[in-house]
Design a protein around this ligand. Structure first.
Ligand SMILES: C[S@@+](CC[C@H](N)C(=O)[O-])C[C@H]1O[C@@H](n2cnc3c(N)ncnc32)[C@H](O)[C@@H]1O
Length: 252
């Protein structure tokens, strides 16, 4: 290796030491978020009188932690050993309600339930992580919980609204038009089939200004996008045995 390359490599290593590590294992829970989760749990699950414990902390050892009789673990565990933790609690019969990584929430071979919120939590180290929850305290396999999502989101950003705004497809900003380009569209919108840029529609201001499109232009863009989306998508179907399994699933 040349001397200059060697120095460069060493320099990268040197700089790396000063960077804040943002691993999910180091995501400390903002107290307000934790309190919101615990309050929601108290309102929805009977844990009255049970001791709440948090065995996950630097240098902790959850396998040898002294769990009080009848306690409930409500904590944010290190996600790198998430499945192992869930299986450990189930095997030991310990009640738990844990923060879970959003993409890998489901745990195989574990009799537990999942509370889906996909809530963006900004942890104390600045990492923004999509989060769900895993528990053995509720009956359903999966609880899609908009209420918990709403409460945690409000805890973090008082002003952020969960209401979604959908503009007519005849109203297009540069960002919205960009979504069509992403799907490979090549198309020219002529002057007489669109308006000049304006601030928004009615009293709603569009970030980056917007233009109005003729109906035929909006229809063309939508059709093109749907076609490309279909072409780029693989549709999988169930096997006969899986279809039969699905047909036999009922609500008692
Ligand atoms: C995601 S952080 C959450 C910390 C804290 N529970 C909270 O909610 O803010 C996970 C913590 O678990 C710790 N940890 C890692 N391995 C552990 C283990 N085997 N037993 C207990 N704690 C562990 C990490 O050091 C880290 O402090």
């Amino acid at each position: 290796m040349s001397q200059s390359k060697k120095s460069f490599t060493d320099y990268e290593g040197f700089v790396e030491k000063f960077k804040t590590k943002l691993t999910t294992d180091d995501c400390y829970t903002p107290p307000a978020v934790y309190d919101t989760v615990l309050q929601w749990l108290r309102e929805n699950v009977d844990i009255e009188g049970r001791e709440i414990v948090r065995p996950f902390y630097p240098g902790g050892d959850f396998e040898n932690f002294d769990y009080p009789e009848g306690c409930v673990v409500v904590d944010n565990p290190p996600f790198s050993i998430y499945s192992k933790i869930v299986r450990f609690y189930i095997a030991r019969g310990i009640r738990f309600f844990l923060f879970a990584p959003a993409l890998t929430t489901f745990v195989s071979d574990a009799d537990c339930s999942f509370v889906i919120t996909q809530v963006h939590i900004t942890y104390e180290n600045g990492a923004r992580v999509n989060t769900n929850f895993v528990t053995n305290l509720i009956e359903p396999r999966v609880w899609l919980c908009g209420e918990l999502l709403r409460r945690i989101t409000e805890t973090q950003e008082k002003k952020k609204s969960l209401r979604k705004i959908i503009l007519p497809d005849t109203v297009q900003s540069p960002a919205r038009l960009g979504a069509y380009v992403e799907f490979g569209t090549d198309y020219k919108i002529m002057r007489n089939e669109s308006t000049a840029p304006r601030s928004g529609i009615k009293d709603y201001k569009v970030f980056g200004l917007c233009i109005l499109l003729g109906r035929h232009v909006a229809d063309h863009l939508r059709t093109e996008r749907e076609r490309t989306e279909r072409e780029r998508t693989d549709f999988f179907s169930l096997s006969d045995a899986e279809s039969e399994e699905v047909a036999n699933l009922t609500r008692q």
